[in-house]
Design a protein around this ligand. Structure first.
Ligand code: FAD
Length: 476
């Protein structure tokens, strides 16, 4: 389909709605320009990106509205309820599961103007930020003042604080600093009916079920996060970089498991399988590589370096020095060849899941076997990252050159999700659910879990205004 056909067929937002909203945010911040509608038509869901390269868009929004404050978001949502206009929050647009795609003729609420650092409290080590701030700007603002939030996803340059909250994201340094849910102490949210909710920042509370947790990973279906208070850390005074080469995934996992049992917390731990070690590092060949990066107070870092070294070597690891860590640091924000390869007909994607240590190695083997068995696969590889004392995240990459692209894509995901469930894993570690992964929610939470989510959604959003059709299937 051509862009002009898309434009002529798109569901326009009601004129009265757009006029009212323009009075709230200013006419310059309500757009129906073709370039804006296309720019906000898709996020980083690889299948949709692949189709868009062949002229197919998943959807076009009714309009793009860019508010600058919580009050403006409140007014837009009140108005959306009055006119029955569905809205989709859009932040960095780096989500990889279609969560920010404007289905059902939704209008986009673009959060990128809400991008300020509000304050830093050095006594409590917390900072308050608007939710639309890009990760890279958040870190620059904090680094300049001597702090880091410690959440450094590969998408640092194209994702936002609100997006991290709404997908339950995890950064590369998560083994020390935790995941987004460990970092957020409080937040301001606008509920689907336009009413504001303030969750006061405190280290912990015991006041019934945690309201904060409702919005972590909700994909913008239960409220729009407008600001958050997060924990920060003084910039580290020392770092240690170590790497070890192993013969198998099992022995590498075992070494990491034993290191974490000592309560050591390297910020970065990554186990690259034979395929990824070969592709990533120049001189390691087809073996398994672990990199460790520890940081913080020099005495702690030195102690940790010794513990890592002792346990890695005692468990068959061959010391490979600092170079692989530098290689990883240099390449860690590369987005890979996926989009380029897809122009040439390849179908590629990544899938991250999580499991306990007792299941991790078997899950890896099962994933590799089941995904390679899908016809037309040319690459299936994996690495472990984001470790806990109890287990880890397994991150798979696949690519194939199929005749029927959609069938291949579906079969690869189905094979990966079935292997995860067979091995007691969870279907997502940090990319979330969005649009595409909704179909596998049954694997994760069963009928009663889905029913519970549906009831929460219809209680909070009876008109189904907010990001309709994401997180759970709603028949649309
Ligand atoms: C190259 C690349 C690398 C990546 N690396 C990582 C990684 O290391 N770790 C990781 O966890 N993820 C990673 N991701 C995935 C992605 O960056 C994350 O999911 C990120 O959290 C999305 O943030 P965003 O601001 O781009 O959100 P968007 O894509 O704009 O939105 C994501 C979802 O959140 C909703 N939303 C956004 N902002 C708000 C808000 N303020 N209030 C309510 N709802 C909202 C949207 O409606 C949508 O459902 C990567 C993606 C890419 C493309």
């Amino acid at each position: 389909m051509t862009i002009s056909t898309y434009m002529s067929q798109r569901k326009k937002a009601p004129t009265g709605f757009l006029k009212e909203v323009a009075r709230v945010v200013g006419v310059d911040h309500v757009s129906e320009r073709e370039s804006d509608l296309i720019a906000f038509s898709l996020d980083y869901w690889m299948y949709a990106i692949g189709r868009s390269q062949h002229g197919e868009l998943p959807a076009l929004p009714g309009a793009v509205i860019s508010p600058a404050s919580s009050e403006e978001v409140q007014a837009i949502l009140r108005c959306a309820n009055r006119y029955g206009v569905p809205v989709t929050p859009f932040a960095g647009g780096s989500g990889v599961l279609g969560g920010a795609i404007p289905l059902n003729g939704s209008v986009i609420i673009n959060l990128q103007r809400m991008n300020r650092l509000i304050s830093v409290d050095d006594t409590s080590l917390v900072a308050e930020l608007e939710a639309g701030i890009l990760g890279v700007n958040l870190e620059r603002e904090l680094n300049y003042r001597g702090y880091s939030m410690g959440n450094i996803p590969q998408s640092l340059y194209c994702s936002t604080l609100g997006g991290w909250i709404s997908t339950r994201a995890a950064g590369q340094f998560s083994t020390k600093y935790g995941k987004i849910e460990d970092m957020v102490l409080g937040m301001d949210v606008v509920l689907p009916d336009g009413s504001p909710l303030h969750i006061r920042p405190v280290p912990r509370r015991s006041v019934g079920p945690s309201l904060k947790d409702l919005f972590l990973g909700a994909d913008g279906t239960l409220g729009i996060v407008t600001s958050a208070v997060v924990s920060v850390h003084p910039l580290p005074a020392a770092t240690a970089k170590q790497s070890y080469v192993f013969d198998s995934i099992e022995t590498a996992l075992e070494a990491v498991r034993l290191i974490l049992r000592t309560d050591s917390k390297p910020a970065v731990i990554r186990i690259f399988d034979h395929e990824e070690s070969h592709g990533y590092f120049d001189d390691i060949g087809r073996r398994v590589t672990i990199i460790f990066l520890s940081e913080g107070d020099p005495e702690f870092v030195e102690l940790q370096r010794k513990v890592v070294d002792r346990i890695a070597e005692a468990n068959g690891g061959q010391d490979w020095g600092e170079v692989p860590v530098y290689t990883w640091l240099r390449k860690r924000f590369d987005i890979g060849l996926g989009p380029t390869a897809m122009r040439l007909g390849v179908v590629a994607d990544t899938i991250e899941v999580t499991a306990l240590f007792k299941d991790a190695a078997v899950l890896y083997e099962d994933m590799i076997k089941s995904m390679k068995a899908v016809e037309s696969s040319i690459l299936v590889s994996g690495h472990f990252s984001h470790f806990y004392r109890e287990g880890a995240c397994l991150y798979m990459t696949f690519a194939g050159l199929p005749g029927d692209k959609y069938q291949y894509y579906k079969d690869m995901w189905a094979a990966a999700m079935a292997a995860t469930s067979r091995n007691n894993g969870s279907i997502s570690h940090h990319h979330g659910i969005g649009y595409w992964r909704r179909q596998f929610m049954q694997h994760e939470m069963g009928a009663s879990g889905i029913d519970m989510l549906r009831k929460i959604k219809s209680a909070l959003d009876p008109n189904s205004i907010l990001n309709r059709g994401k997180l759970i299937e709603d028949g649309n």
